[in-house]
Design a protein around this ligand. Sequence first.
Ligand code: MTE
Length: 317
Amino acid sequence: MSKSFFKSGIAASEITSQSFYLRRREFIKTGIAAGIGISLGGLAPQLALAKDSADGFKTDEKLTPKDSVLTYNNFYEFGTGKSDPSSYSGDFKPRPWTIEVGGMVAKPATFDIDDLMKAMSIEERIYRMRCVEAWSMVIPWQGFQLSELLKRVEPLGSAKYVAFETALRPKEMPGVGGAFPVIDWPYREGLRLDEAMNPLTLLATGLYGENLANQNGAPIRLVVPWKYGFKGIKSIVKITLTDKEPLTAWKMQNASEYGFYANVNPAVDHPRWSQKSETRIGSGSFFSPDRRDTLPFNGYGEHVAQLYSGMDLTKNY
Ligand code: MTE
């Protein structure tokens, strides 16, 4: 990992605030583990089974090692190889940074990232992330609910969708040039407004207690834990409320393979591979990978399945 990742204009105060949450979490976890050991003895193995908090905000599954989260990435603006984003994103500048929020809203606004981070209460979420390529991770994010930002701009009654755009800076992004671009840049994503307002939907500004590294989508990216990872658009510069389903990068690239909804669904295979199971990154070994069943909505069904009642999820994949 090149040294420049954490140098990029990050204020010490922000690092402190994000790491504060992480330290507190570890302290609480250690305390709970110790308590279980003393008081419940024989029940401990059952309690060790992976569980989510009642609101789904935190899973207690084993975290994916930080090194894997920082070096096994998809961020095609920096190349298509898994190590390209960490190798080639050193020139990307996440400061100064503004996010323009507009479209069908009463109060459009452009937010400076540091002002926004001060205005929002940054909290920790520990989510499973399931990539459409059939691998998964467990990541401790820091960030705030997208709903908190949207409330500030006051969506109009006519707004039905939210569209997102990644920065496009060919000089800092070696993957966006070339005669045959993989993606019709800028990278774009979208959510239905009710999905965007769901409490699980996060705008992440950090992970593992530190500001986001460039390769993970500095300075701010989307995290939607019940959807395939490609919905988690990185390095966001623009958010637009609209009444039409937004164009999304992967659907534009190949609509038969990647849909707008992209809810994790073991019952709907990708045309070229099964989605029934996944490999947990950073766990298991080359000879004995940690392969596990994929859960509907990535295990978040009790919090989000109602958003899709009456919809045919084999058609709306
Ligand atoms: N956002 C942009 N702008 N460009 C990308 O190529 N890749 C997506 C998503 N967000 C991507 C992106 C995919 S396919 C995945 S799985 C996740 O980012 C990976 O996030 P991570 O590298 O932080 O694990």
